[in-house]
Design a binder for this molecule. Structure first.
Ligand code: NAG
Ligand code: NAG
Ligand code: NAG
Ligand code: NAG
Ligand code: NAG
Ligand code: NAG
Ligand code: NAG
Length: 484
């Protein structure tokens, strides 16, 4: 659409020149700055692939990133004008790194049948492999770049030349990130993994793929970081880097520049960066702040506006640089573990309704014609008490195992609910499990323990010792005996 408008204003010589450029320009030619979407599948209630493709199109996204080479989805994307990013699972990295046959087979099975009808353009090897939160050990770290090389060789073997190979990394690949000019890669990976990765990216004209979440920076430092500064909402709040005198107006730019400075330090100042995941949660647990629809819509809408602005804005250290991005995520995914925010990054509920309207093309910049967003109610920490209790509809068999697990953790976690002790009654599984979950959570919360238990537990601000009777009755399982 944009190109048509431009053509109308050009004379034929310019058009010829343009065609020449389009035909002969290398693959690093200007690409669309429309924003893409991450399509995760960790939900047991998600719409079908074809419905999902329609939702992605309704966002006016131009790209979609998959976490696995799901055949149904790749088929549903066939013939669609959506560029696709596919991922090689972490578990295969080590074997692929030392086995070209395996790499060839992977590409043959997962890419070749769909290419080029499905516009596969990015092949990401592993997900946040260097992160401390990753399930991968250090052996995998060192096999990462060799696996990238193998996969690229396999693509070449199959004469697939439009697909860039890369690997998404999390912000914890940096050892220091503040001030931005102090950005450096972690010393345990800088030379052994990141340098060869940057060499690979340079040689293959690929991208440094980065998962970057201002939400986490803000929520962990809400007393010192202004919320509006994280949401791209302020003109007044700025941060000046003491070393470079660069002036920052939002958290995202600070984070991106820390990575750019780290790459400068290793001698790769020309590396292109791709925001592989970013976003803001639309809900979370009672003790999680700022996770709400208002902030999520504000962050993502402002992000799209920034990234689609022409000419490109870039960052203070990289002014004018176009930054392609995938927003996380298409759906709220109910099978993700961890705190409540993890299950609430979506732009859509699993029933296909949007959580809030958003347009990825950048053509809508004013949302005042849409229904107003619900007011943000949790931008400050919740001050009252919070308990961790059994969730509605919890499976009783699973609850028995979870109770046993919780009681086995910590010190005297379930002492008071033993027969004859002060909290034994009411003698129901739900009551005992609620007690055990709260007791567990009190002990492990500060160390990152969550109130989740695979969906069996949920936070509440109502004192369970006061409501246990009605709670249990409403669940229809009053008097269910402990099964363990
Ligand atoms: C990797 O290769 C080894 C040896 O061939 C095999 O035992 C193992 O199952 C493979 N791992 C995966 C994840 O395929
Ligand atoms: C390499 O992978 C192929 C295909 O999976 C397998 O048959 C072969 O045994 C592997 N080679 C080694 C040395 O593990
Ligand atoms: C830069 O980062 C290092 C850690 O890598 C830290 O010790 C130092 O204080 C930081 N410099 C500034 C000015 O904050
Ligand atoms: C690769 O590195 C060379 C030398 O530093 C630089 O001139 C070039 O622009 C880089 N290319 C890319 C695509 O990063
Ligand atoms: C979809 O689910 C959301 C969240 O549960 C709900 O608020 C909304 O009303 C539902 N929409 C439809 C059309 O059912
Ligand atoms: C509860 O979970 C168990 C497995 O943990 C399963 O076999 C059983 O069918 C589930 N019960 C219900 C009512 O969903
Ligand atoms: C349990 O008690 C031991 C010894 O007092 C202590 O080291 C440990 O941290 C406690 N564990 C928890 C989860 O509080």
């Amino acid at each position: 659409m944009r190109r048509n408008r431009a053509n109308a204003e050009m004379d034929s010589a310019q058009i010829l020149l343009l065609y020449f450029f389009l035909l002969f320009s290398p693959s690093c030619a200007e690409f669309s700055t429309r924003v893409g979407i991450n399509y995760g599948l960790l939900g047991n209630n998600l719409p079908s692939p074809s419905k999902s493709v329609k939702l992605i199109q309704s966002l006016k996204a131009n790209r979609v990133k998959l976490y696995e080479p799901n055949p149904e989805i790749l088929k549903a994307l066939s013939g669609k004008k959506l560029q696709v990013s596919v991922m090689v699972p972490n578990q295969l990295i080590t074997n692929i790194s030392s086995n070209q046959t395996l790499s060839d087979q992977w590409v043959e099975t997962n890419i070749v049948p769909y290419y080029p009808r499905t516009l596969i353009r990015y092949l990401l090897v592993g997900n946040e492999v260097l992160s401390f939160f990753s399930d991968q050990d250090k052996v995998t770290w060192h096999n990462l770049v060799p696996a990238l090389r193998r996969i690229r060789a396999s693509l070449k073997t199959h004469n697939i030349r439009k697909v860039k190979v890369g690997t998404p990394l999390a912000m914890d690949v940096l050892g220091s990130s503040f001030p931005p000019s102090n950005g450096t890669f972690r010393s345990d990976v800088a030379e052994s993994v990141v340098r060869p990765l940057l060499q690979f990216i340079n040689r293959t004209k690929s991208f440094f793929f980065l998962d970057v979440y201002p939400y986490f920076v803000w929520s962990q430092n809400y007393q010192t970081v202004d919320l509006d500064y994280a949401l791209f909402e302020t003109k007044d709040v700025t941060y000046t880097d003491p070393k470079t005198s660069l002036v920052y107006r939002n958290v995202l730019d600070q984070m991106l520049d820390a990575v750019f400075f780290a790459m400068d330090q290793l001698g790769f100042p020309k590396t292109r960066l791709w925001i592989c995941e970013t976003g803001w949660p639309n809900a979370g647990d009672v003790d999680q702040i700022g996770a709400n629809i208002y902030n999520a819509a504000t962050y993502n809408r402002n992000l799209v506006k920034r990234l689609t602005t022409k000419p490109a804005i870039g960052t203070p250290a990289r002014p004018g640089l176009a930054l392609p991005a995938f927003i996380f995520s298409l759906y709220n995914e109910n099978q993700k573990g961890g705190p409540g925010t993890e299950r609430h990054w979506g732009l859509f509920y699993p029933n296909g309704s949007n959580v809030y309207p958003i347009d990825f093309s950048g053509e809508v910049s004013d949302y005042s014609g849409y229904p107003p967003l619900p007011k943000a109610e949790n931008n400050k920490p919740y001050k009252g008490k919070i308990w961790c209790v059994v969730a509605k509809g919890a499976n009783l068999t699973d609850l028995g195992s979870a109770l046993a697990f919780a009681c086995g953790q910590g010190n005297g976690t379930c002492e008071p609910i033993q027969p004859g002790k002060e909290c034994y009654k009411p003698d129901s599984l739900v009551w005992h499990a609620s007690y055990a979950f709260s007791s567990y959570w009190v002990q492990f919360r500060s160390g990152g323990g969550t109130c989740y238990f695979n969906g069996l537990a949920v936070q509440t601000t109502r004192d369970p010792s006061k409501i246990s009777l009605s709670l249990s009755l409403s669940m229809g399982i009053w008097l269910v005996k402990r099964v363990i």
